[in-house]
Design a protein around this ligand. Structure first.
Ligand code: ADP
Ligand code: MG
Length: 383
């Protein structure tokens, strides 16, 4: 059973909290702190109840020794201290004797942030492979485990899932908000249910597309994904972003055969240097008609290469049409949210999911790998 952190009294305990502080950093500065802000609710609730908090998160990917410096959580510590108006201690390593000692001596009301959990991926990928000795070590630092890293819940990593093998585990308020808001596309879906999928790489998203096609009534395509579907049908997309993987193309052809009434492809484009870089007005109007008739809408990906203003028109026009639409309108995806924020289109949506891969996984699979793991492994009564 999944238990939320606000449904149980966790008081005067040592709590290890897995957050998602995987924020964008440029020149050593955090350029968007929204993930940290979203984590504060759970942190503040636990602090109000006089707990001692050991916070952990990953940041980026650690493949080489140089990555360690690039992806240190030190900057996150500074930002957290500022936002909490409180001294947050910092440990230079997510593991080791010093970490153990500081966590052991941590007093109620105090907060410590461990260094990037993926430092443990450097030689043997212990974090990402859910090494249970590592999970057990982290569990040994605390009495209770709280998971609030929504953006990581599609991954069974040691710090996200593994720790629940050894500690009573509760789900945080950010995850609760995401789950509650995403549930209209999981169960009792109000139909028609229309999905727009755009963005860059079809190879990454094809698995999700297959599952989503079973659930939705219409799938509208844009971006590199649409290019790949068009190419699979024999359309010459010239130098456009498009998959060339024969297996992927075969799978796309099969999907088009099975779901020919559900899959809707673009009919005009903005082209430059032999590349399709945005959707045209006729396509946007056609998609608008489907969206206007829908009761539930999910958006993932952009219509075109929106980072360059001459290719942002399709994305702005399509998302703007949702403003006067009374459907449940949910968007997810890192770049998708960047576009929505950049063009000030937040009002057009009922909910913006903070987890890209996680929201896609949840909506297409009706489940999240780490939640499933926690559900099977934790026993909250084991205190
Ligand atoms: P998300 O991060 O929200 O899951 P994606 O990364 O899949 O979304 O898609 C957004 C990216 O896709 C953007 O960087 C955008 O520039 C790119 N993109 C969309 N359409 C095209 C296109 N026609 N050609 C090249 N890049 C595109
Ligand atoms: Mg992206």
């Amino acid at each position: 059973m999944i238990h939320y952190v606000d449904e149980t009294e966790i008081k005067n305990k040592k709590v290890i909290v897995r957050c998602d502080f995987n924020v964008p950093i440029q020149d050593g500065k955090i350029i968007d702190n929204s993930r940290i802000i979203k984590s504060l609710e759970t942190i503040n609730l636990l602090l109000k109840n006089n707990n001692a908090l050991i916070l952990m998160s990953h940041l980026g990917r650690i493949k080489t020794a140089e990555d360690k410096e690039k992806y240190s959580l030190q900057v996150v510590r500074n930002e957290l201290s500022r936002l909490l108006n409180k001294d947050v201690k910092f440990l230079n390593s997510p593991v080791g004797m010093e970490t153990m000692k500081v966590c052991k001596e941590l007093k109620n009301g105090e907060v410590v942030l461990l260094e990037n959990t993926r430092y443990c991926d450097l030689t043997e990928r212990l974090e990402s492979n859910n090494d249970l000795n590592l999970a057990k070590y982290w569990a040994s630092l605390a009495d209770v485990f709280v998971v609030d890293a929504f953006g990581s819940l599609h991954r069974n990593h040691a710090s996200v899932a593994g720790i629940s093998t050894y500690l009573p585990t509760y789900i945080g308020l950010l995850v609760k908000e995401e789950i509650n808001n995403l549930n209209p596309v999981i169960m009792n879906i109000k139909r028609p249910f229309t999905i727009f999928m755009g963005g860059a790489k079809v190879d990454d998203k094809l698995g999700y597309i297959k599952l989503l096609l079973k659930k939705c009534d219409k799938l509208l395509l844009g971006g590199g994904i649409a290019n790949s579907f068009l190419y699979a049908c024999g359309y010459d997309v010239k130098d456009s972003l498009c998959t060339t993987d024969e297996m992927t193309l075969d799978e796309i052809r099969e999907l088009i055969k099975v779901y020919k009434d559900k899959i809707i492809m673009p009919i005009d484009f903005v082209i430059e240097d032999n590349k399709i870089l945005d959707l045209g007005d006729r396509t946007i109007n056609k998609y608008k008609k489907y969206l206007d008739e829908s009761k539930t809408i999910f958006i993932n990906g952009t219509c075109g290469k929106f980072e360059e203003s001459r290719f942002s028109h399709g994305t702005i026009a399509l998302f703007s049409t949702l403003k006067n639409n009374s459907a449940i309108k949910i968007a997810g995806g890192g770049d998708t949210l960047n576009a929505i924020n950049e063009f000030g289109l937040q009002d057009a949506f009922t909910f913006l999911s903070s987890g890209g891969g996680a929201s896609l996984e949840y909506i297409s699979n009706n489940n999240l790998a780490a939640l499933d793991y926690i559900n099977k492994h934790t026993d909250t009564n084991r205190q």
